[in-house]
Design a protein around this ligand. Structure first.
Ligand code: ADP
Ligand code: MG
Ligand code: MG
Length: 904
């Protein structure tokens, strides 16, 4: 690390800049950059993320000592620019500071901010006198004690209790009959300050610190400590942010939005984060400070008039009422609005991306406090990139690279069916905080949401307002509904980031304990409701959904991906319907068609069971002959749906016991149906029992012990292909042998397949092209891939089994320990979700290299779950695979990830 620990900014100058996010955190880097491009930002300095790491290693005392001189110099520089003095007891105006965290990636609500630091009994008097505004001085003081007491001194609500500061505040307001904090008089605020000090004494066991420097060091260290709080760790896990990154600390001169009617604070976005529309928007509050806008204490107002009118319409507010009570900033403060509008445009142009900004107006002067690339929904992400490309703001490469592939998921999932929604009963209307459709059973706590979801239920999490503690529950829920909060509330911001449907501030909704009422009607835990996050409407019961259309901007984005990719994408599909869906999403072929599912449908299972019960080759052949036409029909359908593209069909893979019943009742039924004694069945089932079926009699081991199964399947495939070709189609079957570990296992199967095909061709007097290849899913197959490739025309890496066998984790049992391994940091990620590139990846690389050394034209693909996971797709691109294959709904995600890998 470098020796420089503190970077100052202010007055149009800065030691840092935008591309120093790793060192200064996102917030710090952008504060510096805004200074450099002439945007008004209060002076201050950033303590680097490296100091956080140092802090975690060396501890508090040592690190404070190491950075002391630089921090003091930073404060001095800030004093100079702001013409104020930190800890002033005399002539100079006291400098108050904001201390806030800022990691590389934005972590909303994770880290705590302290405002008005430096305040004490001396400072408040000088500030009151010099500003001529006692109200403002004491308002800032009580805010400071509350925030500092909470964040730094750990004065919090105890289990089941209300926050002790809020208790004092609420009691005071109640005794005076106030509704809003703004009604508090100077005398009230003075009482509050003393009351808050008493709260600190009682709960923390010490007096509130009066020395500004003690306050500052306390706050700085608290920011570093907050990196390791449970909720910060949880958020990092979910967003895959490494623990080593650390957070920076931003110390900055305060500017005051609470100085009266000419002051304000707000949050704004340069485009619509929900829809992507190029419309500046946001919320503000006059005479307020800091988090008031997002905290839901007062209902914030719209910044633009257009936004205000839209809000009024949704809310059923008349234009008259709006003009009297809910003026937009554009109307209430036209000049400042114009300046803000200009600034947001300047920032968007400068960063060439949608900006999420925070600002404060102090007595008629605008200050920017933060800017960052705004979180957005999947739909907005696509629309903005396509729009900005058309505007010439970004190029194609940027447009593609800026997409988060996983977010496309939101665009692929159902929306409400138009007819169903027209018939549905409206319960309430709230703010359309995050778009999408959700239907589920209501629950009222994050824990319940998690539990119910774990039981396979779809839930809607209903809360008064959400807090970071609700994150897990929000992830588990289909949608979120809140009683309070605006478009920039915690629930709204986090839901948009997650791509979850969310409605906030639902009219008439009251949440209490395990029930809610809407306009007086009670709803209990488990009742069904539906949310339309795009319109903000809450419906009664379940509402039917349909699949969205994928043209427009989405189509354009897919075209860009197509143009910029090397690898192509196939799908894993077992039915013509799935194949069709995937084709519409741009799949070019099937990478894995499992045949076992085909044996379960309808009464097919009985023919399969008949085959299993047969004791002789002839008996099995007889039963298989009945299955042949059914299989042929299946293959005909799927080859037809993927006409012109390769279809990899895997021969029977699972152990036979999966097709037989386990309980006696069903075994009796089976015996009756197949006309044998029940003993025959029970003995057969016992005979099929294996201690470790996943490593047992399955895959090609079946085909090599019962060759007649392979013969039947090969015949069905080739006959279907011949039939299609005769009809003018272009079938391209690729027959895949599963679970081989030695080339001999493959060779025997290949000979059976080829001789069967030759027979069919002779019978039909025609030929079709087909391939024979294998799945690489046993480590030994990868290790001997050069031998295997002498026989195989293609490899498909079956990374589910390959991961299972490389780690020695049974996929079906890993649930018992994998989550703990991840929690303890033994594993960074679930290797069944994201390909383990260092370990399993080596086998894939080796398989590719050795395979191609023996057969240069060897076709290579992957068909495990990993084929639709972006980091794994990138790995496949680097390793030189021809294609990845994934489930139909992940095809667009994989296509985008493949293009990104190619562009990086
Ligand atoms: P978060 O990361 O949760 O958004 P911030 O660090 O942005 O937290 O701080 C929260 C709020 O505190 C900001 O939105 C802003 O309103 C207020 N704030 C931060 N710094 C200052 C400052 N220097 N002057 C006035 N208000 C500030
Ligand atoms: Mg912020
Ligand atoms: Mg397998």
């Amino acid at each position: 690390m470098s020796n420089k620990r503190v970077y100052t900014f202010g007055n149009g100058q800065a030691e840092g800049k935008a591309d120093m996010k790793n060192l200064l955190g996102g917030k710090g880097a952008n504060l510096a950059e805004m200074n450099l491009i002439g945007v008004p930002v209060p002076a201050g300095f950033t303590i680097t993320t490296e100091v956080c790491t140092e802090y975690n290693l060396k501890g508090k005392e040592a690190v404070v000592e190491l950075m002391k001189a630089e921090v003091e110099a930073g404060v001095a520089a800030t004093e100079k620019v702001m013409n104020a003095k930190f800890g002033s007891t005399g002539e100079a105006f006291p400098l108050l500071l904001s201390v806030r965290s800022g990691a590389r990636a934005s972590m909303p609500g994770m880290m705590n901010t302290v405002l008005n630091l430096g305040m004490n009994d001396d400072a408040v008097k000088i500030i009151a006198e010099k500003s001529g505004n006692e109200q403002f001085a004491y308002d800032s003081y009580r805010r400071f004690i509350h925030m500092y007491g909470d964040v730094v001194m750990g004065v919090e609500a105890e289990e089941g209790q209300h926050n002790p500061f809020e208790v004092v505040l609420d009691e005071l307001k109640e005794s005076k009959g106030y509704k809003l904090d703004t009604e508090l008089t100077v005398e009230d605020l003075k009482v509050l300050v003393e009351g808050y000090k008493a709260v600190v004494r009682e709960h923390a066991g010490v007096d509130f610190p009066t020395n500004p420097w003690d306050q500052l060091w306390g706050a700085v260290c608290a920011v570093f400590d907050s990196w390791n709080t449970e909720r910060a760790i949880l958020y990092r896990r979910m967003e895959q942010i490494p623990d080593e990154w650390g957070t920076a600390v931003n110390v900055q001169a305060m500017v005051y939005g609470n100085m009266g009617e000419t002051s304000a604070t707000g949050v704004c976005f340069s485009r619509d984060a929900a829809t992507g529309e190029d419309q500046f928007n946001g919320e503000y509050l006059i005479n307020a400070q800091g988090e008031d806008v997002v905290a839901g204490v007062r209902t914030p107002l719209e910044i633009t008039t257009i936004g205000s009118k839209r809000w009024a319409e949704r809310n059923g507010t008349s234009e008259e009422d709006r003009k009297a009570n809910f003026l937009s900033m554009e109307e209430a403060m036209p000049e400042l609005y114009a300046e803000l509008n200009e600034t947001q445009q300047k920032l968007e142009d400068h960063y060439s991306d949608m900006q999420d900004m925070e600002f404060t107006i102090q007595d008629g002067k605008l200050w920017m406090l933060q800017t960052r690339a705004g979180k957005r929904t999947g739909a907005a992400m696509v629309k903005m990139a396509i729009d900005m490309l058309a505007e010439g703001m970004i190029d194609e490469k940027t447009a593609v690279l800026r997409q988060e592939p996983n977010k496309l998921d939101e665009l692929l999932h159902p929306v409400f069916d138009g007819a169903a929604i027209a018939a549905a009963k409206e319960l309430s209307k709230g703010l359309p905080a995050s778009p999408g459709a959700a239907t589920g059973q209501v629950v009222f706590s994050a824990e319940a949401a998690e539990q119910w979801a774990a039981d396979g239920k779809k839930v809607i999490l209903v809360r008064r307002e959400t807090s970071p503690e609700d994150l897990k529950g929000m992830y588990a829920a289909e949608g979120i509904l809140t009683e309070r909060g605006g478009m920039t509330s915690h629930a709204a911001v986090v839901a948009r980031g997650m791509g979850k449907c969310c409605i906030s501030s639902a009219a008439g909704l009251t949440v209490s304990g395990k029930s809610m009422s809407i306009d007086g009607v009670e709803y209990k835990e488990g009742d069904f409701i539906s949310l339309n996050g795009t319109t903000g409407i809450v419906y009664e019961g379940k509402v039917a959904t349909i699949t969205p259309s994928l043209d427009g901007d989405f189509g354009k984005m897919m075209e860009l991906a197509e143009k910029n990719t090397r690898m192509y994408v196939r799908t894993n599909a077992d039915s013509p319907a799935d194949a069709q869906t995937a084709r519409e999403f741009g799949a070019k072929g099937i990478g894995l068609c499992r045949t076992e599912h085909m044996f379960f449908e309808g009464d097919r299972i009985w023919k399969m069971r008949e085959m299993i019960l047969a004791e002789t080759v002839e008996g099995r052949e007889e039963a298989l002959a009945k299955l042949l036409p059914i299989q042929r029909e299946d293959f005909y359908g799927i080859l037809k749906a993927m006409d012109g593209f390769g279809v990899t069909i895997r021969l029977l893979d699972p152990p036979l016991h999966e097709f037989t019943p386990n309980d006696l009742e069903s075994q009796k039924e089976m015996a009756e149906k197949l006309g044998v004694d029940v003993k025959v069945v029970t003995e057969k089932v016992e005979g099929l029992h294996e201690f470790n079926p996943m490593l047992g009699h399955r895959g090609c081991r079946l085909g090599n012990t019962y060759p007649e199964i392979t013969v039947m399947q090969a015949r069905a495939i080739i006959e279907a292909a011949c039939d299609l070709k005769k009809e003018g189609f272009d079938p391209k079957p690729e027959i895949m042998v599963p679970l081989i570990g030695t080339v001999k296992e493959l060779k025997m199967q290949e000979e059976l397949i080829r001789s069967t095909a030759a027979k069919v061709f002779e019978e039909k007097g025609m030929k079709v092209d087909y391939m024979v290849g294998t799945m690489i899913e046993i480590p030994r197959a990868a290790l001997t891939a050069n031998e295997v490739a002498e026989v195989a025309e293609f490899f498909s890496f079956g990374t589910n089994d390959l991961t299972q066998m490389t780690f020695g984790y049974s996929r079906d049992d890993a649930g018992k320990f994998l989550p703990i391994y991840i929690e303890k940091g033994i594993l960074k990620q679930d290797p069944f979700q994201a390909l383990d590139q260092t370990g399993v990846g080596q086998l894939v690389e080796m398989g590719c290299e050795k395979g191609r050394s023996a057969r240069p034209e060897l076709k290579l693909g992957i068909c495990g779950e990993h084929g639709g996971e972006p980091s794994s797709v990138e790995f496949c691109h680097r390793t030189g695979l021809d294609y990845v294959s994934c489930s139909p709904f992940r095809v667009p995600i994989a296509r985008l990830a493949a293009a990104q890998a190619n562009l990086r």
